[in-house]
Design a binder for this molecule. Structure first.
Ligand SMILES: [Fe+2]
Length: 186
């Protein structure tokens, strides 16, 4: 595997999108690429800042586990997709991008516990994984989660994630977001 650095990380991510974007997304009506591109589009349409748009664009990159270098996977405890993705990206992108990605599944468990109307937004596949992910948070978990400095960004990302599953929606190609990604690499 090519050594990843700040100069080639965006090309590498683009390559993953182009080579593997057409793969299906866990029982949803959209492909993986459509899902992540639509999430970024939802963020942009909501007037989100660049970090949030990029977080939405990359939030499920951890599903491509065999594209992620061993060194990043070695940092993880369970390497669920949100952790694997965040550990992969944290060497190149700011915490404001990486932390919402790390917590986007926790945010679903959080919202299921604190917002009564949230559960209705979930797709059948997402309800199924909710149960595997531990179900709604307990009160103790809620209190812990609310200490997160990026709480609002985590919640926003979660809503875009849930919205980005529309097979009829037209979304921009990856190349549209490439300059934005490049501007945030450090
Ligand atoms: Fe997602």
């Amino acid at each position: 595997m090519t050594k990843i650095n700040s100069k080639n990380i965006v090309d590498l991510i683009e390559d993953i999108f182009l080579r593997r974007g057409a793969e299906s997304y866990l029982g949803e009506q959209v492909t993986m690429a459509q899902h992540m591109l639509q999430a970024a589009q939802c963020a942009e349409e909501s007037g989100a800042d660049n970090e949030q748009i990029v977080a939405a664009l990359l939030h499920d990159i951890g599903h491509y586990k065999n594209e992620i270098p061993e060194s990043a996977l070695a940092k993880g405890i369970n390497n669920f997709h949100e952790e694997a993705g965040a550990n992969f990206l944290e060497d190149f992108f700011p915490a404001s991008v990486v932390e919402p990605i790390r917590h986007h599944v926790a945010a679903k468990r959080y919202l299921c516990a604190v917002r009564l109307d949230y559960f209705e937004r979930l797709s059948p596949a997402s309800i199924h994984t909710l149960n595997l992910q531990g179900g709604p948070m307990t009160d103790k978990e809620i209190r812990e989660f609310e200490k997160n400095q990026y709480l609002n960004q985590c919640i926003n990302l979660r809503y875009w994630d849930d919205e980005a599953k529309d097979p009829n929606r037209k979304n921009p190609p990856f190349s549209y977001y490439k300059p934005l990604l490049e501007s945030l690499v450090s």
